[in-house]
Design a protein around this ligand. Structure first.
Ligand code: SF4
Length: 233
């Protein structure tokens, strides 16, 4: 995507920020807590992750060494509220083993982003979205996270097809936008907020700050605004 094509993405960002305000992500007290949350949030709502993280904290187990020392069944019991707890216990344990073997955050933070992303993707249970959550929110790397909300909102806006491969979408954002981890942090958080509250599966287009430029609003006539995507760029 060319620089000229960055303008729609920046315009969407500014509209969302004006609508939803600053998001202050990621909701965690340490980089390691971000990593734990990134695994636990797979296929579940954040409220369930919060309960699981609280269990880990209350048991004094939110620590990579302590997680590894726990029997997997006990770990699974603590993170039960996050769903798929047996699978996630194995994934969390694998991530902790890798994290300790590599020297934890102080060592990993010295790796370049490409190496770190490749290494994360090689850890059991870490896919692209989880790896990019960790890179952006635990290591402050300028990596754009793609999730269900991003696909839904940008396909409805007519900017990207929702069936594009993850890497294609990620690179589209990263190549169009300024390379800025603070911008990417806030943009992803805003998309999650908008996807949860406004552009839901059943969208609330009458409340949407993007309605003017959306080519596929759910409950309004496509032609009602008279403004096309081309007018927005
Ligand atoms: S106008 Fe409707 S479909 Fe379009 S982005 Fe807003 S909520 Fe989603």
């Amino acid at each position: 995507m060319s620089t000229r094509e960055a303008q729609p993405l920046l315009s969407v960002y500014h509209a969302l920020k004006k609508c939803h305000g600053p998001q202050y992500w990621w909701p965690a007290e340490s980089p390691f807590e971000v990593m734990v949350g990134a695994v636990l949030t797979q296929n579940t709502a954040w409220t369930n992750v919060e309960k699981a993280v609280t269990n880990l904290k209350d048991s004094d187990c939110l620590d990579p060494g302590k997680i590894i020392a726990l029997p997997v069944t006990e770990l699974a019991g603590l993170i039960r509220p996050s769903g798929y707890f047996n699978i996630k216990a194995k994934r969390l344990r694998a991530l902790c083993v890798w994290y300790i073997e590599q020297g934890a955050h102080s060592q990993l933070s010295q790796w370049n982003t490409t190496e770190l992303r490749s290494a994360l993707l090689a850890v059991h249970g870490v896919g692209p979205e989880t790896a990019d959550d960790i890179l952006l929110y635990a290591f402050h790397r300028p990596v754009f996270v793609i999730d269900t909300y991003t696909r839904r909102i940008f396909s409805r806006l007519g900017i990207f097809r929702d069936d594009l491969p993850y890497e294609d979408l990620r690179l589209n954002f990263e190549q169009a936008l300024p390379t800025d981890s603070v911008l990417f942090n806030e943009y992803h958080a805003l998309l999650v907020s908008h996807g949860k509250d406004i552009c839901r599966k059943q969208p609330r287009c009458n409340l949407c700050c993007l309605e003017r430029i959306c080519i596929n609003p759910g409950f309004i006539n496509r032609q009602s605004s008279g403004v096309k995507y081309e007018d927005f760029s």
